[in-house]
Design a protein around this ligand. Structure first.
Ligand SMILES: Cc1cc2nc3c(=O)[nH]c(=O)nc-3n(C[C@H](O)[C@H](O)[C@H](O)COP(=O)(O)OP(=O)(O)OC[C@H]3O[C@@H](n4cnc5c(N)ncnc54)[C@H](O)[C@@H]3O)c2cc1C
Length: 346
């Protein structure tokens, strides 16, 4: 029997890892998905309160504008190569019925996130892609012609590795930051992690939910950001899409002295630099593997040949509304396509 390395070890069976497996399978590449939890896609099941807003049907240029700044520049090649419309078409081709909201957000027509995860599960089964669950990767070592992937009691030899281990929020879903440690050990810089889309603490307020509200960030006496959408007062503070987008703006810019202005049918109120809810409760992690050390045209490490990245493990994030799953899918597809191109060139 001839022993050969697996061509691609995909570490993490979340949104990015599963899309990577789908891309590799379509090209006939020999890959394996390794997932620390007993099942894949745990975080995807939580998205949009279990409904999974998996992309937004808007032109890519509009999506990039909404993402903004250096992050938009970095993810542009991935998004242009796999725009939202192609993501929707891919799911539909695999039998998923979808529903488009008036603002372009796309959900499974059933309103059930499990249907999106099932598309990937069926694909893994149909394409006979090996899937190791309950199997946390414990370390990655670069060796001649590839990597040795540590899996607790045994090891796996892989020609290429894709790190798709997610961020740091909702650690019970498996996103505990292992990938950041692996990247660091392989020589990458990690940008400090903080909560991205999250709520704020506020003085006690009766529970209330306003669907058509506005939230704005005021800094230096000037309105520097505004988001329209839901504002909700809960026991733990104020949340909702408009508020989440403000938290992302503030966290990305590390603002200290600022004010959150909330405009709801009950009137306008202001909170002076309210405390953000913790990272473990956030929708997305800001920070992660530094973008400067990853080639945005390939998602390959500029430091370690054969090492690729996708999804939230990288210092990328977008606003609410399907942007973050879109980024996970698009960066994963670009990483695998680049790995395959490299194989042909090599
Ligand atoms: C409550 C909530 C609601 C959200 N709603 C939306 C939404 O509606 N639309 C949207 O676009 N985005 C939404 N998001 C964000 C979106 O879910 C994430 O951005 C996306 O899942 C990131 O994908 P990922 O593959 O990078 O990471 P993840 O989906 O977190 O997957 C990472 C995987 O890697 C595995 N892993 C980690 N370490 C190891 C290891 N050592 N060995 C093996 N496996 C490992 C984990 O177990 C996990 O399965 C939401 C997030 C949350 C928390």
């Amino acid at each position: 029997m001839k022993h050969e390395p697996v061509e691609l070890a995909i570490i993490g069976g979340g949104a990015a890892g599963l899309m990577a497996a789908a891309t590799a399978a379509a090209a006939g590449a020999r890959c394996i998905v390794i997932e620390r939890k007993a099942r894949v896609g745990a975080k995807m099941l939580m998205t949009a309160n279990g409904r999974c807003n998996f992309t937004k049907d808007v032109p890519v240029e509009r999506m990039l504008e909404d993402i903004g700044g250096d992050v938009a520049d970095f993810v542009a090649p991935a998004l242009r190569a796999f725009p939202p419309q192609a993501i929707v078409a891919g799911f539909r081709a695999r039998g998923l019925k979808t529903r488009r909201m008036a603002d372009g957000r796309i959900f499974p027509a059933s309103g059930n996130a499990a249907d999106v995860v099932h598309v990937f599960g069926d694909m893994l089964r149909d394409e006979a892609i090996p899937l190791l669950c309950n199997c946390p990767v414990t370390g990655i070592q670069r060796v001649k012609n590839g990597f040795i992937v540590g899996l607790g009691g045994f090891t796996l030899w892989a020609g290429n590795v894709l790190l798709a281990t997610g961020g740091l929020s909702f650690p019970k879903t498996g996103s505990v930051g292992d990938g950041l440690e692996f990247a660091r050990a392989l020589g990458h810089c990690i940008e400090p992690c903080r909560a991205g889309l999250t709520g704020f603490e506020c003085p006690p307020h009766p529970p209330a939910r306003y669907e058509r509200a506005q939230a704005a960030v005021i800094a230096g006496g000037v309105e520097v950001f505004r988001s329209a959408g839901e504002v909700e007062y809960e026991t733990k503070g104020v949340t909702g899409a408009a508020v989440y987008n403000c938290s992302r703006f503030v966290a990305r810019r590390n603002l200290r002295d600022w004010t959150l202005r909330l405009e709801t049918p009950e009137g306008t109120s202001e909170l002076r630099a309210p405390r953000m809810r913790p990272l473990k409760e956030a929708i997305v992690t800001i920070g992660g593997v530094s973008r400067g050390e990853i080639d945005p045209q390939t998602m390959c490490s500029r430091i370690v040949p054969g090492l690729y990245f996708a999804g939230e493990v990288v210092d990328i994030d977008g606003p609410t509304g399907g942007y973050n799953l879109t980024l996970a899918f698009a960066t994963a597809r670009l990483a695998v396509k680049s790995m395959l191109r490299n194989r042909l060139a090599g």
